[in-house]
Design a protein around this ligand. Structure first.
Ligand SMILES: [Zn+2]
Length: 214
């Protein structure tokens, strides 16, 4: 990342632009509770540990852990893609006066988070930064990759990004997916060890005389 003076200035300009836009735009989503309610339990998310899946659904962390323990993915079709902790990410959401807001621009309309840092920020600001190729999180400054962007409560682009990760053998939290391959190589190793010990025994059987003479 080229964090020279020029790109920092550019970044600040873009941030200021979207801050102003958010200030002048008070037309909040009519139903902002879509950003404050756990998709699983319908309980309030405000000031609680929150996680999200690749689809951008927000959940109370404790509810998802309970869901995983009771293997809810076997029966709940809407969330059947959440099978282990690798399928969720801890996210950092800021709430003010009962609304989800961007910590940078204070906008309250549309949001994204980055898989890399989990900061929930103004989608318009991110679109603006990407357009100018300033690829770092405006909240924490960590690197931002397009493939890591998850739109909150939106499916289409999230699916495409997730497909890209899957094609690289990664899950939502960007850890390698467990595959049968690694299991096989372990059993191969075991059989090699067995063969080795068999060979060793055979060698000893074939050369008993040598041992005695020594
Ligand atoms: Zn961040």
């Amino acid at each position: 990342m080229g964090n020279d003076g020029g790109s920092i200035a550019k970044r600040n300009d873009i941030i200021n632009l979207y801050k102003k836009e958010a200030e002048s735009n008070n037309n909040y989503e009519d139903d902002f509770t879509v950003y404050t309610i756990c998709k699983l339990s319908k309980k309030s998310l405000i000031d609680k540990p929150i996680v999200s899946d690749y689809k951008g659904n927000m959940f109370l962390k404790e509810e998802i852990i309970r869901f995983l323990i009771r293997k809810g993915y076997k029966t709940d079709e809407s969330f059947s893609h959440i099978k282990n902790l690798g399928d969720i990410i801890d996210i950092k959401a800021k709430f003010e006066e009962g609304k989800l807001i961007c910590p940078v621009t204070k906008a309250s309309n549309t949001f994204i988070y980055s898989r890399n840092c989990g900061c929930v920020v103004d989608k318009k600001l991110i679109d603006g930064l990407i357009k100018e190729e300033v690829l770092s999180c405006p909240n924490c400054d960590k690197d931002l990759e397009k493939v890591d962007i998850v739109v909150i409560n939106n499916d289409k682009n999230n699916d495409l990004n997730y497909e890209e990760l899957k094609s690289k053998g990664l899950n939502h939290s960007k850890k390698p997916k467990k595959s049968k391959k690694s299991k096989d190589s372990t059993s191969n190793q075991e059989s090699t060890t067995i063969k080795d010990s068999e060979r060793k025994r055979k060698v000893e059987e074939d050369h008993p005389v040598k041992k005695i003479t020594k």
